[in-house]
Design a protein around this ligand. Structure first.
Ligand code: AMP
Ligand code: FE
Ligand code: FE
Ligand code: ZN
Length: 274
């Protein structure tokens, strides 16, 4: 039995809607999945409304992925078992969502000045019902208007961290992220530590009180996975993993079920809420 604890949907920058994720996960034979959209639980709320949270053999763990404020590094924190109906969470996510909307408008304005004409409404339409709009939606508008042929090119030319159209978004600091996750019943896990490329930061996050490490991730080498496995064992942290699935053509894994972890690991993190 296999599991995948890192999946994005159309509620943020994934291409498959939450219910399509469930269908695909079932046909891929997964037994536990976590939906972990960037800064939003809108996809999960949709599923709960449809009463589709536990479907046959498939358990869906409510999750989220937050970016944190660090001067020079991208540090992402996954929250599992969160109470998606909690008012404290709703309040925090409201701020993040509002800021993301303002930020996309600023990026659209910057792009116009650079000669790339897209409309904010167009980005919103491409984002559909995404509770969390971001650079991938802006990039898709640029492809739609014929400026580029691949998302990666847009990031390289314009939207990357040092790119001319980049605008940062509001991020909580690491302590606040952990507080928010824990205050809504969640378990906090450091996402893809290997991508931070700096273990001093990994130790800093461990010291602040992270509960687990995402040891298994498609961008980790087996050497990195072993290193973080040993680190997790040494500091008594949970071990998790997932595909970081976005359903984006050209980005591995293109199919849900192609990168999985054992169901036994997933069961250790999964707390069914009463
Ligand atoms: P945002 O949260 O709006 O800053 O957008 C970040 C998202 O953009 C990430 O979660 C990735 O899905 C996507 N992304 C970042 N860099 C690239 C890249 N070079 N090519 C394609 N997608 C990217
Ligand atoms: Fe993403
Ligand atoms: Fe991430
Ligand atoms: Zn992710």
């Amino acid at each position: 039995m296999t599991a995948d604890l890192h999946i994005h949907t159309t509620a943020s920058d994934g291409r498959l809607a939450p219910e399509e994720i469930i269908k695909t996960a079932l046909s891929a034979g997964l037994s536990e999945i976590a939906i972990t959209d960037h800064d939003t639980v809108a996809g999960l709320l949709q599923l709960y409304a449809d009463k589709a949270v536990i479907k046959g053999q498939l358990t869906i763990i409510p999750g989220i992925e937050f970016s944190t404020e660090f001067p020079c590094h991208e540090v992402h924190i996954l929250g599992y078992n969160i109470d998606i109906f909690h008012t404290a969470l709703k309040e925090e996510l409201g701020k993040l969502s509002y800021d993301r909307q303002q930020r996309v408008q600023k990026m659209v304005a910057k792009l116009k000045k650079l000669g790339y004409v897209i409309e904010y409404q167009q980005v919103l339409a491409l984002a559909g019902n995404a509770g969390s709009i971001g650079r991938p939606h802006v990039a898709r508008a640029l492809l739609e208007n014929g400026y580029f042929t691949e998302i990666g090119e847009v990031f390289t030319a314009l939207l990357g961290k040092n790119g001319p159209a980049y605008v940062p978004h509001y991020k909580m600091n690491i302590k606040t992220v952990l507080q928010v996750i824990k205050s809504v019943g969640g378990t906090a896990v450091l996402a893809h530590p290997g991508l931070i490329d700096n273990d001093d930061i990994v130790f800093e996050v461990i010291n602040v009180g992270i509960d687990g490490l995402e040891v298994y991730h498609p961008m980790h080498t087996s050497w990195q996975a072993n290193k973080y496995l040993e680190m997790a064992q040494k500091y008594n942290l949970l071990v998790t993993g997932g595909s970081d699935f976005h359903g984006m053509p050209g980005r591995y894994p293109e199919k849900l079920g192609d990168f999985t972890i054992s169901s036994a690991l997933a069961k250790k993190i999964c707390r069914i809420q009463g």
